[in-house]
Design a protein around this ligand. Structure first.
Ligand SMILES: [Zn+2]
Length: 214
């Protein structure tokens, strides 16, 4: 089926254009003219995404609260967090690297996870409130949904930069940052902005009685 807009599909058998409303888990949309099945509500998909996002938030907090690594510089042993590492880089004159670390290891993942959580929670029970549409549009324009690869590359660069500050022994925070990269990738693979959009559009149409059947 060829999607024309977020919620409009053409029936593959008879070409009838129709809207497909957000489907409940296990629900089915059928063409009203020929009865062809158009879409299935994937059971538990939104729950899985929500679980991923919550896990990512926990791991993100862990990655920033726990020491990243133990640094030994000039005979002194210190443990540092991600932001501590960034501060240390800034102090040593590596300002670009310090900003990269702060952006890719702290700011970007936090914005990404927060936006994802907000959208997932707000679209659990359609119709979704209007601000979800604003958020989705902003995320689309800013490329937020597709910047995960860039973010992970930045994380890697940041880690290498931190590792070069001093002789380094990895701590809990470092493994958390690694786990965060995987969780972000899984979230990016599983999230369907089009699906979220369709729930907002129905809200705009006043709770939408649709011509498509369940
Ligand atoms: Zn049809």
């Amino acid at each position: 089926m060829e999607p024309l807009a977020a919620d409009i599909v053409a029936c593959p058998d008879c070409d009838l254009l129709q809207r497909v409303p957000p489907l409940p888990d296990g629900g089915t949309a059928r063409c009203p003219r020929c009865g062809r099945t158009l879409a299935h509500g994937r059971p538990g998909a939104s729950d899985r995404m929500l679980a991923l996002a919550v896990a990512a938030l926990v791991v993100f907090l862990l990655a920033n609260a726990e020491p990243l690594m133990r640094l030994s510089t000039a005979g002194q042993e210190v443990s540092t967090t991600v932001l501590g590492g960034a501060r240390e880089m800034w102090r040593q004159g590596e300002r670009t690297a310090a900003l990269l670390v702060a952006l890719f290891a702290v700011v970007a993942p936090f914005v990404y996870i927060s936006a994802m959580l907000a959208v997932l929670l707000a679209t659990r029970r359609p119709p979704a409130p209007r601000w979800v549409g604003v958020l989705l549009r902003w995320a689309e324009v800013s490329g937020l949904w597709s910047m995960v690869e860039v973010m992970m590359l930045g994380l890697l660069v940041a880690l290498v930069k931190i590792a070069r500050l001093a002789s380094v022994a990895p701590r809990v925070g470092l493994f958390a940052v690694g786990a965060l990269a995987f969780l972000l990738a899984a979230m990016s693979a599983g999230f369907d902005p089009r699906e979220a959009w369709s729930r907002v559009r129905w809200a705009d149409e006043g709770g939408g009685a649709g011509e498509a059947l369940r």
